[in-house]
Ligand binder design. Structure first.
Ligand SMILES: *Cc1c(COP(=O)(O)O)cnc(C)c1O
Length: 232
């Protein structure tokens, strides 16, 4: 089941890349396993998936512990409160949701010395969405410079979660703004290789617009309960 879904999503990525004139290797698939158990992750691993995204810190830490026998890469894609930075610094390989310097500083200070630098992306509120998570685009450069200077972090790029768009063209228009910001930061001398954007509903539009990492949950693991208390 999960193996079939993964296969299908990979085909969609290849097709979207072909249509955009991009090589399929330019886009990494992050499997978003939030709310699904360790068994589902094992199934995806058996089907070749290595990178997994989680939103809720405590749930993720338990899952990571249960899966320690597998060589997996864990990405934190949920909001991080100050009192959770140590858990994140100790257990994850990537963080996509940096939206203030204080959280980045704590992650850098708390990153264990026996682990490589923590890979991080800055979350940008590209469409001023009502969730308000992420920095406004005009603040991204200053935050990126400050984050890139932190010793135990490896600054990788930008992440966005735009509001659902009515159609493909509208989705591309929003994603193109993120891509333009990504390019502008690179031109400003920062070294970005990751643009984390696109989910089950808009991954084709995101790839057409230059995403390098799509975060896909539903299309791989199935539907989630509509509401979940934010335990992060
Ligand atoms: C849940 C989630 C996803 C995956 O969403 P799907 O629509 O299930 O593919 C991607 N990114 C973030 C930040 C999420 O919270």
């Amino acid at each position: 089941m999960i193996a079939d879904h993964l296969q299908h999503v990979r085909q969609q990525i290849v097709q979207a890349c072909q249509q955009a004139g991009r090589v399929p290797e330019a886009v990494t698939l992050l499997a978003v396993s939030k709310t699904f158990g360790a068994d589902a992750v094992r199934e995806a691993y058996a089907a070749g998936q290595r990178a997994f995204g989680e939103n809720y810190i405590q749930e993720a830490v338990d899952k990571i512990a249960a899966l320690q026998d597998l060589p997996l890469q864990w990405h934190c894609i949920g909001p991080i409160q100050s009192n959770k930075t140590r858990l994140v610094a100790e257990h994850f390989d990537w963080v996509h949701t940096i939206d203030r310097l204080k959280i980045a500083q704590r992650l850098s200070e708390q990153r264990p010395t026996d682990k490589p630098a923590l890979n991080v992306c800055i979350q940008v509120n590209i469409d001023s969405g009502p969730t308000k998570a992420g920095v406004p685009p005009e603040e991204a450069l200053a935050l990126a410079k400050a984050v890139a200077a932190l010793p135990r972090l490896h600054f990788r790029g930008l992440m966005t979660i735009p509001e659902p768009a009515p159609d493909f063209v509208a989705a591309c228009a929003v994603h193109a703004r993120a891509r333009a910001l990504f390019d502008a930061l690179n031109e400003a001398g920062l070294q970005l290789d990751t643009l984390s954007m696109g989910m089950t509903q808009d991954m084709e539009a995101a790839i057409a617009s230059g995403s390098t990492m799509v975060r896909v949950g539903t299309a791989i693991f199935g539907g989630r309960p509509p509401l979940r208390p934010a335990s992060a």
